[in-house]
Design a protein around this ligand. Structure first.
Ligand code: F6R
Length: 244
């Protein structure tokens, strides 16, 4: 595992965007595994800037996102499909038909998950998978559990996750309680994992995830078993980790 120390959020975003930049430059038809939440917003801004300056081309890229709220239409401003359009897709020349997220509108969760696993297998291995980390150690929406789920599944969001995500909604009651998420095996099958984290609030969980035991109670701890993980984090987020 490689740890890249950054000064602050902007520095994390630039350093992480540079890594994605080099993957896209080396392989124009790469598969990008993408994430939502606050952590990647600055990275997407950087990628859009590189595109606008003529240095990046998304025309052959395929994207697969980690997750989507169950029950939200893609036109709903709180959906992750909407977030991806707002933050990245509508500003670059990616082909909309090559951008994939689980279908939040599909009420039949088994169908939604099977369909997304099929999409993932058609898309092929992610050349790079971007990840944030939840305060409880979730990656995607793989919440602490008694096992590591393999494929796409429907999860009941943990109270702490609902609480943390309430900031994106008008009230806590509006936060969906379930989501469809890529499974741990699908995340682990990426060639390279790029995790980003900022701020003191992530310090304790980063230590647990990368310097504690590998356990499904801390889903991100499975990343210790991946051969190519890059963690880009600011000093505050790294403050609890030993030897950083
Ligand atoms: C988002 C996702 C989540 C977030 C995590 C951290 O697609 O899969 O695992 O990465 O909740 O969120 P932020 O970045 O908002 O702290």
């Amino acid at each position: 595992m490689r740890i890249i120390k950054a000064r602050d959020y902007e520095d994390v975003s630039r350093k992480a965007a540079n890594i994605i930049f080099s993957v896209m430059t080396e392989k124009p038809d790469c598969v990008l595994g993408l994430a939502t939440g606050s952590s990647p917003v600055g990275i997407y801004k950087e990628l859009v800037r590189h595109y606008q300056e003529g240095d990046l081309d998304f025309s052959q890229v395929t994207t697969v996102n980690l997750d989507e709220y169950r029950g939200l239409d893609r036109e709903n401003p709180q959906s992750y499909a909407y977030y991806m359009r707002e933050n990245l897709f509508s500003h670059v020349n990616v082909r909309p038909e090559k951008t994939f997220l689980p279908d939040g509108r599909e009420e039949d969760s088994r169908k939604a998950c099977e369909e997304y696993d099929h999409i993932l297998s058609q898309a092929g291995q992610q050349d790079i998978q971007l990840l944030g980390i939840g305060h409880d150690g979730h990656i995607g929406f793989n919440e602490p559990a008694d096992h590591f789920p393999k494929g796409t599944h429907c999860v009941d969001l943990a109270e702490s996750t609902i609480e943390a995500n309430a900031r994106f909604f008008e009230s806590r009651d509006q936060v969906p309680t379930q989501a469809y998420t890529m499974g741990i095996q699908s995340i682990m099958s990426a060639k390279c994992i790029l995790m980003v984290a900022n701020g003191k609030g992530k310090a304790q969980i980063l230590k647990q995830a990368f310097q504690g035991p590998v356990t499904p109670q801390v889903p991100a701890s499975i990343l210790q078993l991946h051969p190519q993980v890059i963690l880009v984090a600011d000093e505050e987020a790294l403050s609890e980790m030993e030897n950083c």
